[in-house]
Design a protein around this ligand. Structure first.
Ligand SMILES: C[S@@+](CC[C@H](N)C(=O)[O-])C[C@H]1O[C@@H](n2cnc3c(N)ncnc32)[C@H](O)[C@@H]1O
Length: 194
């Protein structure tokens, strides 16, 4: 494996992703890992000034690499991922980041302070509203004021259900469609009203 200055692994671990997808399709809910184009769109607003970052549903680390490439040190990154094989891979590839084999519903337990962004690769729209509430509510509780919650979706509506958006007072921006992804996707960036 080769790495760039910002520790971006070049290998994409497609084989492991596909194996786990066949084993647990209901948990992974994606046809393939995110493309480079989608991963770049997910991290567009991140930079060294973001502080700490939490990633939810890291999978094989495709988006993780791009988070680090924005100048976030591994020590300021925590990942929540349920799958044990993905967690083993993430610990190996990103040894100084915190890999939490816990549900994203517990993301407010991340061992980080000054969290400026939560980047989610979770299949959030396929989760019940009450689970979304725990995940997104926990994320905004953990983040400093002005923090952003970034989520991609293949669908046509915001990937957080309306009751949760309204309870938390969320506004959002949406990216152009990323066609170079299977399937094409958009990235939503949610913020809380000041
Ligand atoms: C669509 S895949 C995304 C993987 C990777 N981020 C990417 O974009 O290629 C969703 C990931 O979320 C994980 N996942 C699903 N439910 C979860 C939960 N409640 N907490 C943490 N991770 C979860 C799955 O194991 C899977 O790795």
């Amino acid at each position: 494996m080769t790495t760039t200055e910002h520790e971006m692994p070049v290998r994409n671990h497609l084989g492991l992703f596909m194996k786990q997808l066949v084993r647990k399709p209901g948990r992974i809910v994606a046809l393939a890992p995110s493309s480079t184009g989608l991963a770049r769109e997910m991290v567009r607003e991140l930079g060294p000034e973001t502080g700490s970052v939490i990633e939810l549903g890291s999978g094989t680390g495709k988006i993780t690499s791009h988070i680090l490439a924005r100048g976030i040190p591994q020590e300021r990154l925590a990942m929540f991922e349920l799958d044990d094989a993905f967690c083993a891979l993430l610990s190996q590839e990103f040894p100084r980041a915190a890999v939490m084999q816990l549900s994203a519903e517990r993301c407010d337990e991340a061992p980080l302070d000054d969290v400026g962004a939560v980047v989610s690769g979770l299949p959030l729209l396929s989760m019940p509203t009450k689970v979304q509430r725990r995940i997104v509510g926990g994320a905004f509780r953990k983040m400093r004021p002005g923090g952003i919650f970034v989520q991609f979706t293949y669908g046509y509506r915001p990937p957080i259900d309306r009751p949760v958006r309204e309870e938390l007072g969320l506004s959002w921006t949406v990216s152009p469609k990323v066609y170079r992804n299977i399937p094409p996707a958009r990235v939503y960036t949610f913020r809380r009203a000041a």
